[in-house]
Design a protein around this ligand. Structure first.
Ligand code: NAD
Ligand code: TDX
Length: 332
């Protein structure tokens, strides 16, 4: 696969994936990205101009998508509206980008018989009880909670239907919560790190006992490339790194790593429909494709991420005040 089209490649994980592809393969990459509020050109800076090109466009725009898909060997589809809280405030862009956008990609991939990898989330499975010994597997029934997760679930179903009915050469992955550099300050970990930098107390939704299964974005990228190169067509793979932590534990760790008291946080209004726990069983990806995460020490990865936000204030500062004002308006 020499020519890759990466949708959403100017976002948090998509840009990490583009760097990963450039470092680990000989492929050239075209990024198709609408450059929404969540995108950043800076995340793609420094990449070789003869191997990476950015095309600004919308995945739901057939006229933009069709010739790009035709001109590439494979499509890796990251583009999405990605924040649960935004989907509760206004679901409409989630329907357009995550559902109509995926449909538009699928139809172009079908017309031109190209390879597709669809990037999705563990949130499609709903949530688990805190004391449930089970984790999500590829066979867990879909049960999404929020407009975001429902739109991603719908996009997965579209891909599965195109595989079964049209023989599309596609794979799907569902990954747990990512952390690392270049994540927007609206998300949990960057929000709390930048709050502490600004002398604001971290904000924990509800009780804070909710559990997320954290994976470094670099490990997500290596898993997606592994599936693209060696995954079985038609299959779904769960991606996770055994990183279960309660939100309370994460906030306490951030505060401690940043030299503050572990209890210097506030409880704020809970998220509507807030999923309790996510947990991934990634045995299929590990046993069939031999994938392993590299960032197995969450505390070390978090410490690196804190350092990155301390050193990249110029990047996140412009979005911070408006993000906090919008949370404050909701009592969060
Ligand atoms: P992000 O919000 O940081 O980036 C999304 C990117 O998609 C942005 O660059 C944005 O400009 C682009 N985009 C949005 N709408 C578009 C459109 N209509 N046309 C073209 N580009 C558009 O998101 P992220 O956290 O990097 O997530 C990337 C993908 O990974 C998403 O599909 C998401 O569902 C999935 N995922 C994310 C996580 C996570 O923890 N962040 C976990 C599992 C799966
Ligand atoms: O200020 C906050 N306080 C808080 O307690 C914020 C922003 C979040 N939270 C909680 C909500 C969640 O339990 O922290 C947890 C993580 O929240 P988010 O960063 O918003 O992530 P989440 O809703 O779990 O979804 C993420 O992982 C799955 C990504 O945003 C999705 O794109 C991905 O599909």
């Amino acid at each position: 696969m020499q020519r890759l089209l990466v949708t959403g490649g100017a976002g948090f994980i998509g840009s990490n994936f583009v760097h990963h592809v450039v470092a680990h393969t000989d492929a050239s990459v075209t990024v198709l990205d609408k450059l929404t509020y969540a995108a950043s050109r800076e995340a793609l800076a420094g990449l070789p101009a003869d191997r990476v090109e950015l095309v600004v466009g919308d995945v739901a725009d057939e006229a933009a998508v069709d010739p790009l898909v035709a001109g590439h060997d494979a499509v890796v589809h990251f583009a999405a509206e990605s924040h649960n809280d935004n989907s509760l405030a206004d679901p409409s862009p989630f329907i357009r980008t995550n559902l109509v956008g995926t449909f538009t990609i699928l139809e172009a991939v079908r017309r031109h018989d190209r390879r597709l990898h669809h990037v999705s989330t563990d949130e499609v499975y709903g949530d688990l009880a805190l004391d449930d010994p089970k984790r999500f597997t590829e066979d867990t029934p879909y049960n999404p909670s929020s407009p975001y997760s429902a739109s991603k679930a719908g996009s997965d179903h579209l891909v599965r239907a195109w595989i079964r009915s049209f023989g599309l050469r596609a794979t799907v992955s569902n990954c747990s919560n990512n952390y690392g550099p270049w994540q927007h300050v609206e998300k949990f970990i960057p929000r709390q790190i930048t709050n502490v930098i600004d002398g604001i107390r971290p904000k924990l939704y509800g009780s804070g006992e909710n559990v997320r299964d954290w994976i470094h974005a670099e490990d997500h990228s290596s898993a997606v490339l592994t599936i693209l190169e060696r995954g079985t067509l038609g299959e779904t793979y769960l991606i996770g790194a055994d990183g279960e932590q309660s939100n309370l534990e994460v906030v306490r760790l951030i505060l401690t790593l940043m030299g503050r008291g572990a209890d210097e946080f506030d409880h704020v209004n809970d998220r509507a429909g807030h999923d309790l726990r996510y947990a991934i069983e990634s045995g299929k990806l590990r046993s069939e494709l031999g994938w392993r995460p590299r960032f197995s020490d969450f505390e070390a990865g978090l410490a690196d991420t804190i350092r990155w936000y301390e050193e990249h204030e110029d990047w996140w500062r412009p979005a911070k005040a408006a993000t906090e004002a919008s949370y404050a308006a909701k009592g969060q």
